[in-house]
Write a protein that binds this ligand. Structure first.
Ligand code: NAD
Length: 269
């Protein structure tokens, strides 16, 4: 039985905690949680009355768990990944931007017996990009469209001088690579980093962000060209009820990757 520890008991962490109990109880149990906000842990305790998980510090959680799930923030992921890998453990990372920030990641991975799992999130086509990389990839671009209210607190608005209230209609507010995109929108474009890790890397993955107060969905369109041909994918995501920045499909994708880890049949690239 795998002892799971979840870092970050918000929207995704809570759903995964519940799913471990309802769907994966033959393989794993939720044993430890950590969160910088104790109220979030209390909320989870009320939702999962029958699960006797313990609330511990993040370092203790990493030490005691057999499998770590990070559902907290890019900063948390950056700090957690080296600790988990040094202890030879596996980690599922949702705040994928944190992977780019880890110093000497290749060396850490080479020395560790642990693994980093990255779900596809709210995009379609990661399987095709992984396969396309076996040949040559010429160009990868992701265009993200998100409702203004889900971007309002992004560092982008502090640094660009543009104010959210000035945006009245669909507007292209950002163009750059995936590394620049995650610095500007750390809570919104983790999928751009996922795409970059699957394909040509963060510096070569082109990212465009559109926003509008009129948008109701989190939309992601991917275009990729390579020696295999061309692929275009488009997903119109419903935002999750608890956190409009997080797409319902991203949560489902995290559950699906756990299923892939636990089950004996593994579908998809
Ligand atoms: N990979 C993807 O496709 C994808 C999709 C959506 C969200 N995300 C990312 O996943 C993460 C979780 O998303 P969410 O919707 O559950 O967010 P949320 O805001 O609902 O929950 C985050 C929780 O983590 C806690 N937290 C923050 N920093 C922490 C730290 N250093 N240590 C411990 N706990 C901490 C918060 O108190 C909160 O309870 C975010 O970083 C988000 O950007 C990734």
């Amino acid at each position: 039985m795998i002892q799971i520890g979840i870092i970050g008991c918000g929207t995704i962490g809570s759903v995964l905690a519940k799913t471990i109990q309802t769907k994966f109880s033959r393989f794993a149990r939720l044993s430890y949680v950590s969160d910088i906000n104790p109220a979030q842990i209390e909320k989870l305790r009320k939702k999962l009355k029958s699960v006797p998980f313990r609330s511990v510090s993040t370092p203790e959680l990493i030490k005691k768990s057999g499998f770590v799930i990070e559902t907290a923030s890019v900063k948390a992921a950056e700090e957690v990944i080296p600790k988990v890998l040094r202890q030879g453990k596996d980690v599922l990372i949702l705040s994928v931007g944190g992977i780019l920030k880890v110093k000497n990641l290749d060396r850490l991975l080479a020395k560790s017996s642990g693994h980093i799992y990255v779900p596809s999130g709210g995009i379609a086509g990661v399987d095709a990009v992984l396969a396309a990389r076996m040949g040559q990839i010429k160009r990868v671009q992701i265009t993200t469209r998100k409702p203004l209210r889900s971007l309002e607190n992004a560092p982008f608005f502090l640094e660009s001088g543009l104010r959210p209230e000035q945006i009245k209609k669909p507007t292209l507010i950002f163009q750059g690579n995936a590394a620049e995109a995650i610095d500007n929108f750390p809570e919104n474009v983790n999928v751009a980093v996922t795409l970059s890790l699957a394909g040509v890397g963060a510096r070569k993955t082109r990212v465009r962000v559109f926003t509008s107060p009129t948008y109701r969905h989190n939309m992601h369109e991917i275009q990729i060209e390579g020696s295999f041909g061309r692929m275009i994918s488009q997903v119109m995501n419903l935002p999750s009820r608890e956190n409009p920045k997080t797409s319902a499909l991203a949560i489902a994708s995290a559950i699906a990757i756990l299923e892939k880890i636990f089950k004996r049949i593994k579908i998809g690239t």
